[in-house]
Design a protein around this ligand. Structure first.
Ligand SMILES: [Zn+2]
Length: 268
């Protein structure tokens, strides 16, 4: 996937959004601009995508359907802050990590689970923790986006769009926090386009519930927003085996759903 073409597409949205670079990274001698698109509004939704380079659907949905997304948000007076492709060299190479082999995901925060004992994620056996902090290290892509995100007040909702490159078949599930009732209609709508992974394992340690939802404090941007008190925070997954058009449909319906949730706010 050519990032120059991708960047050109993103830059073409200057009439719909404030398009800025929040940083640049150099990977394998190539300099990549990192983009943030802002649509103003009174309540805010943050959308992130492309932490993992072999999960292209999210960055592509945001690039190809941005006009529709921006219009839907404006009609509801929801502001958007969109980070469409966080790991450009991975996106270009089709590799999970960046060209230097660093892992840009799940490095937003650290948990102190016992005095002086820090972990990047909480497993079910970690029933409590002493405190959490915003991490300050990690790959350059993570540092850049984390620094930018942390400059702003917490939004009303946050959606991180991923894919799953391990599970077979056309399928979907989501990591979510907060009121599951808010996400069930989205997963039901998605079920028309890919099978929802219900009551099944998605990896060695994590199982979905009957609605295809998982709670996991994994130190990701979604976990970070939850710790900040954002009431609606999710990481959406479609398998990479899911046809791209179905991924677009599922991603768009979750984006619209999260715009609605941001519009609703936490005072409903
Ligand atoms: Zn991912």
């Amino acid at each position: 996937m050519n990032y120059e073409d991708y960047a050109r597409r993103i830059r073409s949205y200057t009439g719909l959004a404030e398009v800025n670079e929040y940083g640049r990274v150099v990977e394998g001698g190539v300099e990549y601009p990192l983009f943030r698109l802002i649509v103003p509004g009174s309540r805010w939704l943050v959308i992130t995508s492309g932490f993992h380079g072999e999960e292209p659907a999210g960055p592509l949905t945001l690039a190809e359907h941005f006009e529709e997304v921006a219009a839907y948000a404006r009609e509801r007076d929801v502001g958007l802050r969109v980070y469409p492709c966080i790991n450009p060299s991975g996106f270009e190479d089709g590799t999970r990590y960046n060209r230097g082999g660093e892992k840009p995901n799940n490095d937003f925060m650290r948990y102190e689970v016992a005095p002086g004992v820090w972990k990047g994620e909480l497993e079910p056996t970690d029933t409590s923790f002493l405190r959490w902090v915003l991490y300050d290290g990690g790959p350059k892509e993570t540092r850049a986006v984390r620094e930018d995100i942390a400059r702003y007040p917490a939004p009303s909702a946050a959606l991180d769009i991923h894919q799953d490159n391990y599970l077979p078949g056309a399928a979907t599930y989501a990591y979510t926090f907060g009121d599951k009732g808010a996400y069930r209609p989205l997963m039901e709508a998605a079920s028309a386009h890919a099978s929802v992974i219900r009551n099944d394992k998605v990896d060695e340690n994590h199982y979905t519930d009957a609605d295809g939802l998982i709670e996991y404090h994994d130190g990701s941007v979604t976990d970070y927003f939850t710790r900040l008190g954002v009431p609606y925070a999710a990481a959406l997954e479609t398998t990479t085996r899911t046809p791209l058009e179905a991924c677009h449909t599922i991603n768009r319906l979750w984006v619209r759903g999260f715009i609605d949730l941001a519009a609703r706010g936490s005072d409903s």
